[in-house]
Design a binder for this molecule. Structure first.
Ligand code: 1CP
Length: 350
């Protein structure tokens, strides 16, 4: 919007566009969720997890909760990466204490049941949530839309649940690469549609979550993580040149460098296991970095948390950097520790 109105760009967007800030902008992956008592209350009232995702006034409410409490620089729309398979027509549910459960897709024949045309109409409530948020968020807060990357979403579609080694999807990919590619291509198209619609509805920045990228061999990483991300980032950039994209190829290690360079994304979200020194030297010259405090330090609090935060700030300050975690907030996180984290980041002078 700021391009049309001439208003100053929001801090997080400036940073993604290459401008380092004196005080790093901060938001947190999974900033809405079970660690907040107000979330648990709304979640209970909603019924099922998908009902919460598909009821715009409730999804808006839980998106705003961490903004009210902590005044973060960005707000990520409340939804899930598995709304895309749900939109395609695969049966998805979230079982209490178990996580997502899907009717697994195990053969190329079953892909015929999935309908690309169904995605955007089925996910209309998510877009409505974004429209509401553009009106209700503080003017300085950036609104982030997101999607799961094809490989990560495929691991749930094929495994039928969260799989510790992504074994089911890998078995298919390595046994019949051409067949598996059909699924990846379908998800790539669905992701482009879903992200485009989120921009139309008001998303100012996009993040692509490839949570399980780190389990792939180098060749498979290129084919199933890097290439689809390149297609997705390219398609979005062509339609919406002013909307920056952040990629999160979790666990990619040194392959993160090719991923950052070749996909053309503006920001790279790095996981907790990444070497800070290496990332500063090899990755930050390619664009904005985001990360990477261990979410478990946020549970621990105290001196160790403070030291961890300062180590990250020291490593990445002076160049474009967004403070975040290396993975999502865990439910046992005390909310007071998040308040303290935000204070430390905003008070830090390098
Ligand atoms: O009952 C509940 O309240 C369920 C907990 C929950 C929440 C709060 C799930 C189920 N999804 C979400 C929201 C969510 N998921 C958001 C928006 C909220 C925010 O960030 O503030 C986002 C961006 C996601 C993304 C997501 N979902 C990812 C990628 C990021 C990551 O954490 O690695 C993945 C892998 C999922 C799948 C998923 N959704 C939910 C669960 C329990 C899982 C499985 C995770 C696993 O396999 O370990």
């Amino acid at each position: 919007m700021s391009h049309e109105t001439g208003a100053p760009q929001k801090k997080l967007i400036q940073t993604l566009n290459g401008q380092a800030q004196d005080i790093a902008p901060i938001w947190l992956m999974r900033q809405a969720g079970r660690y907040l008592p107000e979330y648990r209350k709304t979640r209970e009232a909603a019924g099922s997890f998908l009902d919460l995702c598909y009821t715009p006034e409730l999804a808006e409410e839980v998106t705003l909760q961490p903004i009210r409490r902590f005044g973060l620089d960005a707000s990520i729309v409340f939804s899930d990466i598995l709304v895309v398979p749900d939109g395609l027509g695969q049966k998805v549910s979230f079982v209490e204490g178990e996580g997502p459960v899907l009717e697994p897709i195990t053969s190329v024949g079953e892909l015929a049941k999935l309908e690309l045309e169904r995605v955007v109409p089925h996910l209309a409530p998510v877009y409505e949530t974004l429209r509401r948020l553009r009106k209700s968020l503080p003017v300085e807060t950036t609104l982030i839309g997101f999607a799961g990357a094809p490989w990560t979403v495929a691991t749930y579609m094929v495994g039928g649940r969260s799989t510790p080694d992504q074994g089911a999807a890998k078995a298919w990919a390595y046994r019949a690469p051409e067949e598996f590619q059909t699924l990846i291509d379908l998800l790539t198209e669905a992701t482009i549609l879903h992200l485009s619609e989120q921009v139309e509805a008001g998303a100012e920045v996009l993040q692509l979550f490839d949570t399980w990228a780190g389990s792939l061999s180098e060749a498979a990483f290129r084919r199933y993580a890097l290439e689809p991300a390149k297609r997705i980032a390219g398609a979005l950039k062509a339609k919406f040149p002013h909307v920056p994209m952040i990629g999160f190829p979790r666990g990619a290690g040194p392959m993160a460098k090719d991923y950052f360079r070749e996909t053309g994304i503006s920001g790279l979200s790095i996981d907790t296991g990444m070497s800070l020194d290496w990332a500063r030297r090899e990755l930050q010259p390619l664009g904005c970095l985001q990360g990477n405090l261990d979410p478990l330090l946020l549970v621990a609090g105290g001196t160790e948390m403070r030291r961890g935060i300062e180590t990250v700030l020291k490593a990445f300050s002076g160049a474009p950097f967004i403070f975040n975690l290396g993975h999502g907030i865990v439910p046992q996180t005390p909310p007071e520790h998040v308040t303290e984290l935000v204070d430390i980041v905003r008070g830090w002078r390098g």
